[in-house]
Ligand binder design. Structure first.
Ligand code: TEU
Length: 567
């Protein structure tokens, strides 16, 4: 393993600042709150902290709408507090990476304010401005320059009366897309990135970075039955100049700097594209977040619910493991601030199996080849929230989808709420559960989003004191990655691809081999693998229940065996 690939042995922890810890009682998490809890993260043993956006923002999409890239959101603190936080992170031997959101800015960013002010101003071309569709009256329904829908509901274009043109926003109307075709835009972004690196940050997680290059002809998308707007993604996912832009960014920002981590969020990326993006020789980025394994339980429409089919999940992750085996690198995640809690989604969050299934899911993920990401609260086995009606949701995506589905697509509130309760992003965003006190130790005030009532049982204080907790299980998984070279460096072989109940694989490095089997059901299941007898007498490194007989795994049990093999 090359020394500049230190992140192959690392585990990243994601902090969603508004929901992590509130130090001043305004109900909103802040940087001081993170400083107060750094020891929790150091004890867990993670190597890198990734902060969801902490820049000044109108908070239309909880900070993914940035109005100033070179400052700190006052709700969260200021630059001096940030420097103190960064020093505290480094002092504990951890690194800190920032969220880089440059597919779009806020509409309140000075760049956009200037761009919108006139048709011939110097920053007009920093965003995507287009006139109404030929022959249509500007501002009337259907006159948008393309038929694309925005990710958060409604059209992807907003009409701006001031100049009589539309601007593109793939996300909310308060998130206009930056025009990466314009070299001034790219240079401004690179300068801003260098400024943060000079300040001491250790890299970036790059928001929807595979959408920055658009097919400049902006072709209409295909309209499918029952939806109000078309999917335009063919024109902007993995667009024509994406590799060129990432290579340029590498040259302009990262070249000559060491110890950094770059990870690109890439919804819809293919294995072949990911190989190109993460091939070290091509000098783009270190790893990508792909989405195939979290889209496995939705239908053709993102808002359809389907039960998890384990064989599909294994086929997907197996394909990503194989595809990036000899070249490039995987990132590994079940959770982030956009995904429902994994123990509720792929596990069983009922009282009987929550702990076991959270541990099983953690072990299966962390023992793949790739860099694991832990999302705040995942290390406690935090669950989805028991949402009632739409008034319980805060997320712009949930609210936008609800409106569009009811008003334009003929769905009933019950139908839509069922999906939002299972999939809504607010499931991940309820406050971190520190202790059993009334607001879970998150705030002394009123939290911006309700605390999950199960914090009385599920919280960090209880788990830090309990060696059998999900917290200590994650701590052990992270330690294993640091101490057992096969975890980071070994190759990966999927077993039992057709089994709907067990997830099994081996890892191998030199003469060390690991066998991992996870039971994705609440029943006892025997594993029919080659060599079962030999394996069951091998060293049992980790399990979340009693040692099994003959590889018969109890409900949600996971086993990790290690043995020495002759070369
Ligand atoms: O998410 C991009 C993205 O693909 C999401 O739209 C995701 O598919 C969807 O939310 C799943 O329900 C990134 C950020 O992670 C997200 O929080 C932002 O809202 C979005 O970009 C816009 O910046």
């Amino acid at each position: 393993m090359r020394s500049d690939e230190w992140w192959k042995k690392a585990v990243v922890y994601q902090i969603y600042p508004r929901s992590f810890a509130d130090s001043d009682g305004d109900g909103m998490g802040d940087l001081r709150g993170v400083i107060d809890h750094l020891d929790h993260l150091a004890e867990l043993g993670v190597d890198v902290l990734w902060f969801s956006p902490i820049y000044p923002s109108p908070q239309d999409d909880n900070g993914y709408d940035i109005s100033d890239y070179q400052d700190i959101e006052p709700l969260f603190g200021d630059l001096a507090t940030f420097d103190e936080l960064l020093a505290g992170v480094h002092h504990r031997g951890m690194k800190l990476i920032m969220d880089l959101v440059v597919n779009h800015s806020s509409d309140e960013h000075a760049w956009f304010q200037e761009s919108r002010s006139s048709k011939d101003g110097p920053k007009r071309d920093w965003y995507w401005w287009r006139p109404a569709r030929d022959g249509m009256e500007p501002g009337t329904p259907g006159a948008e320059p393309t038929n694309w829908g925005s990710v958060f509901g409604g059209p992807a274009w907003e009409y701006d009366e001031k100049t009589g043109e539309y601007y593109l926003h793939l996300f909310s109307r308060k998130q206009p897309d930056l025009n990466w075709e314009n070299p001034e835009v790219r240079e401004a972004v690179y300068a801003m990135m260098r400024w943060w690196l000079d300040r001491g940050v250790d890299g970036f997680r790059m928001d929807v970075i595979n959408m920055i290059s658009k097919d400049t002809s902006l072709p209409d998308g295909r309209l499918s039955a029952g939806t109000a707007y078309a999917d335009g993604s063919a024109a902007y996912v993995g667009g024509p100049r994406l590799h060129e832009f990432l290579q340029e960014m590498h040259r302009e920002v990262f070249a000559g700097r060491e110890g950094l981590l770059t990870v690109g969020e890439m919804p819809g990326v293919t294995v072949d594209e990911a190989r190109l993006h993460t091939d070290p020789a091509r000098q783009e980025i270190d790893m990508v977040f792909q989405f195939d394994h979290v889209w496995v339980d939705r239908g053709t429409d993102p808002w359809m619910l389907q039960p998890l089919q384990l064989t599909k999940l294994k086929a997907i992750l197996g394909r990503w493991q194989a595809g990036l085996a000899d070249l490039g690198w995987n990132s590994l995640y079940w959770n982030n601030h956009d995904q429902p809690r994994v123990v509720s989604r792929y596990g069983d969050d009922g009282p009987e199996h929550r702990v076991a299934s959270a541990k099983m899911l953690g072990a299966v993920l962390h023992l793949h080849r790739g860099t694991p990401y832990v999302y705040q609260g995942e290390e406690l086995g935090m669950t989805n929230y028991p949402f009632g009606g739409i008034e319980d949701f805060r997320d712009i995506e949930a609210l936008g989808h609800y409106r569009q589905a009811l008003d334009l697509e003929g769905r009933t509130p019950d139908e839509v709420l069922t999906v939002l309760r299972a999939r809504g992003r607010d499931n991940a965003r309820t406050p971190m559960q520190w202790d059993a006190s009334p607001q879970a130790g998150f705030t002394t005030g009123t939290p911006w989003l309700a605390v999950n009532p199960n914090h009385r049982e599920i919280n960090a204080a209880a788990q830090r004191d309990d060696p059998d907790s999900v917290f200590h299980w994650y701590r052990q998984l992270i330690e294993l990655r640091h101490t057992e070279p096969v975890v980071a460096g070994g190759d990966f072989t999927m077993l039992l691809p057709n089994d709907e109940r067990l997830y099994a694989f081996t890892r191998r490095l030199d003469d060390t081999e690991l066998l991992v089997i996870g039971n994705f059901t609440g029943e006892t299941v025997g594993a029919e693998i080659e060599d079962a007898a030999a394996w069951s007498s091998a060293e049992l490194l980790l399990t979340n229940a009693a040692a099994p007989d003959d590889l018969r795994l109890g409900p949600w049990q996971v086993v990790v065996y290690r043995r020495t093999v002759r070369r």
